[in-house]
Design a binder for this molecule. Structure first.
Ligand code: 5AD
Ligand code: SF4
Length: 486
């Protein structure tokens, strides 16, 4: 199988500490930041409402970034609930306002900083409200964040959520509380996340990453790879089935690197498939280098494992792949796709692609374009390279102008849209099994759900309920949706 060994740069294992800041400058910062955001029009759900008189303290969390962060938000709420906190969708009613953040691209960080400037007004209007930043960006910038946003009360990295109830219970909150210790053993295996309603549950199987792709900040902000024990995961899944969830999506930065003693990810898939009530199993994101024969075999032989795989490629030039330290060549990746498609009939594939990596020549970009045209992904997440301080590639600087990166990105987006539309078009006339999720967003009286291939399918309601799996005949299709009749 493909292989890669990651280097292990040291990260600072700072434990919880208090950053002194003069109350004057902090108060000024709150007032100033509040003024900046004052005229902005917040969305309806965030407009000021009267304070509630209920006893429970309320926590409002906005989540940025990937599915992993959404799962972490459910974890944070799960951690806070036993301490008397209830989640709220309305920032104006919250005692604690948290932004659970992403550091993967600069744009994500800019959005968070500007949103903080808007949310700080809640502190001026209702003294006692705490404003905090959790997740990858908190870990990435740590104390530097307090220069940019001195009004923050809390800065918490991804391995420090367990400290949150104790931090909130502290009497003296005059100083910002910072907890950014990375913990090689933290899996939160004993914490029950507070999941939203639905048919699909996201279950974190492993945390962190050991791969150290040269463009990526994740190993630095989420720390080393570690898996949740198999028994804990299966107990969680049985509980989810009892609660009525039909689909489980295992999450991890390199989820197929999952390990518990001598049990691997294939064992996890097989054992999960034995749980009654769970109809579908998915996972994201696997790393191509960890896609073992056993995992392919489990996908091929467990009918509950959905025929869909998100298999990030990043680039198709071997020169670029080597500089990214991805651990595979494009030929190895192509052979893996071939093997997967042979083993799992009807397999839908998606990918992540980065354009404009330092040193990417036009010929490298063309290799990526041509490979995408050849492999024909069902869909793809496509990004312009964003230099992240602390990564290896950051030191190489940027070698392309923003406009050129934009041009390359647009080219592959146009290509992919055409391919996605084309592939979906070919399903017209076929019947697909749809796991019904609920009402369709746009059409009244229609339902929406996902096919096994993770395509969104909408169809006129025939009285089926969320959680049902119904055969739907596809009558038309776009690049993003299948339209059907049940
Ligand atoms: N710039 C652009 N895209 C990135 N990704 C990760 N780091 C960067 C970066 N510095 C993309 C990769 C990864 C996905 C989650 O985000 O494609 O697979
Ligand atoms: Fe790890 Fe994925 Fe980032 Fe590579 S791109 S370092 S595998 S999280």
């Amino acid at each position: 199988m493909l292989s890669k060994t990651g280097s292990y740069p040291a990260y600072s294992g700072l434990s919880t500490y208090y950053v002194p800041s003069s109350p004057k400058s902090r108060n000024e910062a709150i007032a100033l930041a509040s003024l900046r955001g004052y005229n902005k029009n917040p969305p309806d759900c965030q407009r000021e409402r009267p304070e509630t008189t209920m006893d429970a303290r309320k926590v409002y969390i906005e989540t940025y970034g990937c599915q992993m962060n959404l799962a972490d938000t459910e974890l944070i709420v799960g951690l806070l609930k036993p301490h008397g906190y209830q989640p709220t969708q309305v920032a104006a009613q919250a005692d604690v306002i948290l932004l659970n953040t992403c550091a993967i691209r600069e744009h994500a960080e800019e959005r968070v900083l500007s949103r903080l400037g808007e949310l700080v007004r809640h502190k001026t209007r209702r003294p006692g409200v705490l404003l905090g930043l959790t997740g990858c960006m908190a870990q990435h910038h740590r104390e530097r964040l307090l220069d940019k946003a001195p009004f923050l009360d809390l800065v918490l990295g991804p391995d420090a959520y367990r400290t949150l109830p104790a931090l909130l219970a502290q009497e003296d909150k005059d100083e910002p509380l910072v907890s950014v210790r990375l913990d090689r053993d933290e899996t939160y295996a004993d914490i029950t996340p507070a999941r939203g309603e639905g048919v699909r549950a996201w279950v974190t199987a492993m945390r962190g990453c050991d791969k150290f792709c040269t463009f990526c900040i994740v190993p630095y902000v989420r720390g080393r790879e570690r898996s949740v024990p198999l028994a804990a995961l299966l107990a969680q899944v049985r509980e989810l089935a009892a609660q009525g969830y039909k689909e489980v999506v295992y999450l991890g930065q390199t989820v197929n690197a999952y390990r518990d003693g001598d049990r691997d990810f294939a064992d996890l898939l097989r054992r999960t498939a034995e749980v009654d009530g769970i109809e579908r199993i998915r996972f994201t994101s696997p790393h191509p280098a960890d896609m073992s024969g056993q995992v392919i075999e489990a996908m091929a032989t467990c009918p509950k494992v959905a025929p869909y795989l998100h298999l990030p490629l990043q680039a198709a030039s071997n020169r670029v792949l080597a500089r990214m330290e991805r651990g595979y060549t494009v030929e190895q990746y192509a052979a893996l796709v071939e093997r997967l498609r042979a083993a799992v009939p009807g397999l839908a594939l998606s990918s992540d692609i980065i354009v404009g990596f330092p040193g990417e020549e036009e010929s490298d970009f063309r290799a990526t374009y041509d490979f995408m045209a050849e492999v024909r992904y069902d869909s793809a997440f496509m990004f312009k390279y964003s230099a992240r301080e602390g990564t290896k590639a950051y030191k190489w600087g940027e070698t392309l102008a923003e406009e050129e990166k934009g041009r390359r990105l647009q080219e592959i987006i146009t290509l992919q849209e055409r391919i996605s539309a084309d592939i979906n078009q070919q399903t017209v006339g076929q019947t697909v099994d749809v796991l019904v999720e609920g009402p369709a967003k746009r059409q009244q009286g229609w339902l929406a759900g996902k096919s096994g291939q993770f395509k969104t399918v909408v169809f006129p309601s025939t009285g089926t309920r969320p959680g049902d799996v119904v055969p739907v005949r596809v009558v038309s299709a776009t690049a993003h949706t299948l339209v059907g009749e049940a």
